[in-house]
Ligand binder design. Sequence first.
Ligand SMILES: [Zn+2]
Length: 454
Amino acid sequence: MKKLAQPLTSNVMTRWRHSVAGCHTSTVFQTNQAIPCVDQVKSSEHLCKSQKLMLELGLIAPSSPGCLHLLPGAVRALEKLCRLIDHEMRAIGGRKIDMPSLAVAQLWRASGRWEAMGQELFRFKDRHDTDYCLAPTHEEVVTSLVASQGTMTYKSLPLRLYQITKKFRDEMKPRFGLLRGKEFYMKDMYSFDASEESAKETYEAVCEAYANLFQKLKLTYVKVLGTTGNIGGSVSHEFHLPASIGEDALYLCQKCSYQANAEVLDAGVVNPACPSCGDSLRSTPGIEVGHTFLLGTKYSSTFGASYLNRHGKPNLLQMGCFGLGVSRILAAAVEVLSTNSELRWPTSIAPYQVCVIPPKAGSKEAHASLMAQHLYQQLSSLPHLNGDVLLDDRGHLTIGRRLQEATRLGFPHVVICGKKSLEAIPLIEVHRTYYDEPPKFMTHRELFDYMEAS
Ligand SMILES: [Zn+2]
């Protein structure tokens, strides 16, 4: 069994673990318990960059193949990402619900997907011999929920319901950590409209919300035509982050706006031409992070989900469904932004925004440590940094060592009280770690102006 270069028992790990409890005393860094499960990463497994960094830096830990523990730093990032997603979904009228992960087979048999899903579906029985699955998606469940609420009138449409929950898939080859696991977080929205036209408006609104999200995360994405697969429907798009380890091949037209997953084009054609303009297509690998479907009445007809139109006549609801791989976005972002040795987050979801480093204990500038504590408290009291500042008070380590660790962990800002903080006008050393630039030395006032603006 291969040991990772930096075992999870390092200080880095304990720092993440304890920081969540809001504990900042040096004693917390002395814990050094062995975590045996690290050995479950098989030596034969090829690790991708995000997976390797997240394992080494104590963000994730393996449990069993395809199943990972999310450790405190990763959970902080995930929660921030979920808040951003909530914001975008609510901005388009999304109403958050939470549906059971245990789905009765009866619903899946009605849609024909109990069989069609093949081995990817986790199936099991309860003590009464009733068949269930661990839901990988919720079209059946949500449609039967909506149908059970009684007939709506056209006035209550469109209805846009969403959830952010764990989903399950019995992957043949789980790999790359959070990028392809047996369980993962997904945001899934289901929309119900009165007409095809209005369902298309909903479809466009969700695509725009996705674009806003990726823009806020400052992630470059590609939107391509996708296949509808066993979900069904008439139109489907996928959202990808271009990355060398991406498992999907995307074809992008050099001339017009045509962009599609290779699956959409004729299989077996080596250099397909653009179906829209005939020009040549450029191929690039991508990590799929979102998928949208215009479903029509496939599920509403099966489950009798209808509404009353203006004339009081019942009509089937026009549906759409819209997924975002939430834990996958986390890993994919780290994959495309990080260097080989340093973790980089979209700033808005970095587990912490600022690391404050006081001087080394026993050094000449040791009495600046009180100043560092004050800085830590003052920065923490800024509304947008509340709870997002960490004090690395492991005074037995040099400033340089702690700066290096903070940079590796992906703190966007590192604030150091070193030698210059003892000058007549104290200067604080500020590193913007994501940028290749020398540190800035700022007065107390300048630091706060800078942080207010960041
Ligand atoms: Zn073209």
